[in-house]
Design a protein around this ligand. Structure first.
Ligand SMILES: [Zn+2]
Length: 328
């Protein structure tokens, strides 16, 4: 009598609406919707929750509204856990893709996804304060330019104590040797093996490649885990798109680099809000960017990224959801 399929929809689905997306300076409505979806996906990666956007004229359980708070209030965002409403202050300069136009990031830009993810965290899990341990999304203060997209252990614990725990079944590794370059560019070197994908580029170059995994057919996808070594702040794991066949499931701007001159190996977990059953095969498309903004010319040895593994996590079952049934 177990019915995991229906219970996903009945008790774990949370609807939301996005208001005034077209008012955000410098970003299209589509980009704002993508930023909101990405912010929700940070939490859905670790919990059984499913998040679905409704159009603005529909009643939503959560609302994310964009407006100018004016001079009296310089907060980046506000949240009301009772009314489940989130307000983001468009008086600040908000960025989605830090390196999108090959322009040096401005000092006063704030990462939109980090800001929304923080306010969602207040609405769902942290109605009573902020994270007590460092390095997470629910810190009291978000500095400009910083990309804060990975919850710390305390935040994951808190989210799971309220939203339930997810039990994963298969973890399916992509065969890195099957990577295909999407854009040929002789200023970027690219090599692949079963062990790793290595790319390095001259200043202001981009490298896109894709991989497809057919073993995910008929499986319910929760998240994707990428392990990457970023050799400096000039080598950026910028954008990840996921497709089921030709259908776009998710587009996420990671804008991640090592943030310093030392190499950093990092694990990125990318959640899928709808936890979809894959029909055709999962394709992942990754965009890497190489820059020289801060130092003149960065050498290929530090303008380099290694992708060490890409794994898809599929769902077996969930524990009970403590947040309760949500009806829009
Ligand atoms: Zn806060």
């Amino acid at each position: 009598m177990s019915k995991p399929e229906t219970s996903i929809r009945d008790t774990r689905t949370m609807y939301y609406v996005v208001k005034n997306a077209s008012d955000v300076p410098g970003l299209s409505s589509t980009q704002v919707y993508e930023a909101v979806a990405q912010a929700f996906s940070i939490w859905s990666a670790y919990t059984p929750l499913v998040f679905i956007r409704k159009t603005e004229d529909q009643e939503g359980y959560y609302s994310i509204d964009f407006w100018d708070f004016g001079n009296l209030n310089s907060a980046l965002g506000l949240s009301n856990p009772v009314s489940k409403s989130i307000d983001i202050n468009i008086a600040h300069t908000l960025m989605l893709d830090k390196y999108r136009n090959n322009v040096e990031p401005q000092a006063e830009q704030y990462d939109l996804v980090s800001a929304i993810a923080h306010e969602i965290g207040h609405c769902l899990f942290y109605d009573d304060g902020h994270s007590e341990t460092g390095g997470g999304i629910m810190m009291h203060f978000q500095p400009p330019i910083d990309i804060i997209r990975i919850p710390n252990a305390e935040e994951i614990d808190k989210a799971q104590s309220k939203a339930g725990i997810m039990f994963l079944s298969d973890t399916i590794p992509f065969n890195l040797d099957t990577a295909i370059r999407e854009n040929e560019n002789d200023r970027v070197t690219f090599s692949k093996s079963g062990e790793k994908i290595v790319a390095s580029g001259e200043e202001r170059t981009t490298c896109e490649f894709s991989l497809t995994e057919d073993d995910l057919k008929e499986k319910r996808l929760n998240s994707l885990v990428i392990r990457a070594k970023l050799f400096s702040k000039y080598a950026i794991l910028n954008k990840v798109e996921l497709y089921d066949g030709a259908t776009l499931l998710s587009r996420q701007y990671l804008s991640f680099s090592s943030q310093s001159s030392a190499p950093l190996t990092k694990i990125f977990k990318i959640g899928l809000n709808k936890k979809p059953v894959i029909k055709n095969g999962l394709k992942i498309k990754i965009e890497l960017r190489f820059t020289d903004y801060l130092s003149g010319t960065a050498s290929p040895s530090i303008n380099k990224i290694e992708i060490k593994s890409i794994k898809a996590e599929t769902i077996r079952h969930y524990s009970n959801v403590v947040l309760g049934t949500q009806t829009p």
